[in-house]
Write a protein of this length. Structure first.
Lengths: 273, 377
């Protein structure tokens, strides 16, 4: 059972939620809310933005300032909120398709700008809500309703994408390690700058059913077996890492944050230079 | 500081927005609207406001919706292709009832079309561009002064009705330079969105004021927690599939504007008494049309001039009343015939309604309209 403080962050009047029994999204929501509680955040000063998809329904269940926006666009909405009121804590919860397909442009530019927003990507390798179509993170060879002969297009490594685009904090974890997820999300929210936490999760209903991970427990076991901590991965050869989930903090650096930089623009404009 | 400026329409529009209290702009460069963004980039930080050039047109409107939810008065400006790209998020602002102002400086289309040439081809897109039913408020300036003044009105209407308000300018109006009488901020009526009076624990985000039909709006960060969504919601702002709740929401979205229609609708009418030929034109074409009507009057032709300032809601009742007895209503437009459909609808069989269409990227010359006036007179 979640603690009472965690419960106070949930809109239980809006439940039952839409997620399938055994869905990993609940684990991620719990990790996020625990992180917010641990950090002593105020609900009325915390924004949770989302796009469209199963993952994006999370915003509605969290009793804070929440925006369930359009598909892929949540980071652009969140950017407007954060830039107007930099004092707010802004978290953006996304799915893999939401973030890296339709929302890919907003994602790389939020990384580039390094605006102080925490992006949590729930990567379940599939479009779950619409019935199991392939996403940019569907592995090559995997079955989806739009890849009836197996996926042939290579998948994104979301963490490398975020790192390359300039995010100041990048981490990967899985729902099989909720404590690590909670810690990564806490570190991400604390970080002044754009932070990305990829939480690998599952859609046993749409992805697992077609790819031999039919039950939630099959997916947990898969994540546990496939996980390689970053320190260990650094000592392994690339061919040994094929099919593995390298987890840990890939980036944790201090670089100028966008709203602070814009504050300097305001100072300069007011000085008349 | 002089109270008179010599500005182009786009510059005037930006300054009108600032006068209205705009403190956030998000957008993307596109011809022929970019000057609006450039003025805002320079002016907003001086007053502590924020300007952001987003990664695309979609991001531009998303950012201003986000900033408005956080309490800002927000503007974006675009043209043709960018207006198309913004349509989905425009719909979110309608259903979630977020005040924003969107400017479309029209150019020729479809697609990339004529980036540097004028047109009026987005009239119906302004009305119906985003999917689903919604009540549109759309202004059409025909002078640089009007760009300035209508920007203030657009913000006031957006704040009053909690919804997007559009300004459909065009390349000619946006780029021509004219004298503008600047208004003193203390003499301008500024409307701000109604704020909730209920304490946060008793706040129902979409419970409408029974008189106005508009719910009070909290801002993120001012103590209230609430949910914004593009889904159809109940008064709690939470998604609903309940038929009575769905119908209630949809009817209110339409009626909050419809019930105030007479306070929104604006038009200009000249020489309408006893006019046998009425020229109905808007935006830049309104200038050519008025000149043509004046020239016709000098020749003794009973021509009248009617210019919708709000394209939507269309001042149809007003046109029908003022043009009663007119033999012909002439509708010159820089498109294949869009507003003429509204004119036909309101005039019925009482007058012959005749469209005039120019599609070559140029503006009607007064003499071109005058020739048709003389022909039908």
């Amino acid at each position: 059972m979640p603690g009472t403080e965690v419960l106070s962050w949930l809109r239980t009047r809006f439940m039952p939620h839409i997620w399938c029994p055994g869905c990993g999204h609940g684990v991620i929501m719990h990790a996020l809310v625990r992180a917010l509680v641990n950090l002593g955040k105020d609900r009325a000063q915390t924004v949770v933005a989302s796009g469209i998809g199963c993952s994006s329904r999370m915003a509605g269940y969290i009793n804070a300032c929440t925006v369930h926006s359009t598909h892929g666009r949540s980071l652009a909405f969140a950017t407007g909120i954060k830039l107007h009121k930099p004092e707010l804590t802004v978290v953006d919860v996304m799915g893999d398709g939401d973030c890296s397909a339709i929302g890919g442009n907003h994602f790389i530019h939020a990384c580039r700008r390094n605006i102080d927003i925490t992006a949590i990507i729930m990567n379940n390798n599939i479009y779950g809500m619409t019935g199991g179509q392939a996403s940019p993170t569907t592995p090559v060879g995997a079955w989806a309703s739009t890849t009836p002969y197996g996926a042939v297009d290579p998948s994104f490594d979301l963490c490398k994408l975020a790192e390359g685009a300039g995010a100041s904090y990048v981490a990967r974890t899985t729902i099989a390690n909720p404590k690590q997820a909670e810690n990564c999300i806490m570190n991400a929210i604390r970080k002044k700058g754009f932070s990305v936490v990829e939480v690998v999760t599952h859609c046993h209903t749409q992805f697992g059913r077609k790819n031999n991970r039919r039950q939630p427990i099959d997916n947990y076991n898969f994540f546990k077996e496939a996980t390689v901590p970053l320190a260990k991965a650094n000592e392994m050869k690339p061919e040994e890492l094929v099919g593995k989930l390298v987890c840990g903090e890939f980036v944790n650096k201090d670089v100028p944050e966008y709203t602070e930089q814009y504050g300097k623009v305001i100072e300069a404009a007011r000085r008349g230079c | 500081m002089s109270d008179v400026a010599f500005w182009q329409g786009n510059t005037a529009l930006a300054h009108g927005a600032l006068l209205a209290g705009c403190n956030f702009f998000g957008g993307y460069p596109i011809t022929p609207s970019t000057e609006i963004a450039e003025v805002m980039a320079e002016e907003l930080p001086k007053i502590g406001g924020k300007f952001i050039q987003m990664e695309d047109e979609i991001g531009g409107i998303a950012a201003i919706i986000g900033a408005s939810i956080a309490g800002a008065k927000t503007l974006t400006a675009t043209s043709g292709p960018g207006f198309s790209l913004k349509q989905e998020n425009l719909g979110l602002a309608y259903i979630a009832e977020i005040p924003i102002v969107v400017v479309d400086v029209m150019r020729g289309g479809p697609s990339t079309g004529l980036p540097t040439k004028t047109a009026q081809q987005d009239v119906m897109q302004a009305r119906w561009g985003t999917h689903g039913d919604h009540a549109t408020i759309c202004y059409s300036p025909s002078s640089v002064q009007e760009c300035y003044d209508l920007a203030v009105k657009a913000f006031n209407m957006a704040e009053r009705f909690r919804q997007p308000v559009l300004i459909l300018s065009d390349e000619v109006v946006g780029h021509m330079r004219e004298k503008v009488a600047k208004r003193s901020p203390d003499k301008v009526n500024i409307v701000n969105r109604a704020r909730p009076s209920a304490p946060p624990e008793r706040f129902t985000p979409y419970e409408a004021n029974p008189v106005t039909g508009v719910p009070a709006m909290a801002s993120f960060g001012d103590g209230y927690t609430w949910h914004v969504t593009g889904l159809t919601t109940n008064d709690w702002g939470f998604p609903t599939n309940n038929p009575p709740e769905i119908e209630k929401k949809m009817l209110r979205l339409m009626s909050k504007v419809e019930r105030a229609r007479n306070e929104i609708v604006e038009y200009e009418a000249e020489y309408m008494d006893g006019a046998g030929i009425v020229v109905t034109a808007y935006g830049s074409v309104g200038r050519s049309a008025l000149r043509a009507v004046r020239d016709a009057r000098k020749k003794g032709i009973a021509a009248g001039f009617f210019r919708p300032i709000t394209l939507w809601p269309f001042p149809g009742e007003e046109l029908a009343r003022l043009a009663l007895g007119a033999k012909t209503v002439l509708v010159p437009e820089l498109n294949c015939g869009q507003m003429v459909l509204e004119v036909e609808r309101v005039m019925g069989r009482r007058s012959e309604v005749r469209g005039m269409n120019l599609l070559n990227g140029e503006l009607f010359k007064p003499s071109e309209i005058g020739r048709v006036i003389e022909e039908v007179a």
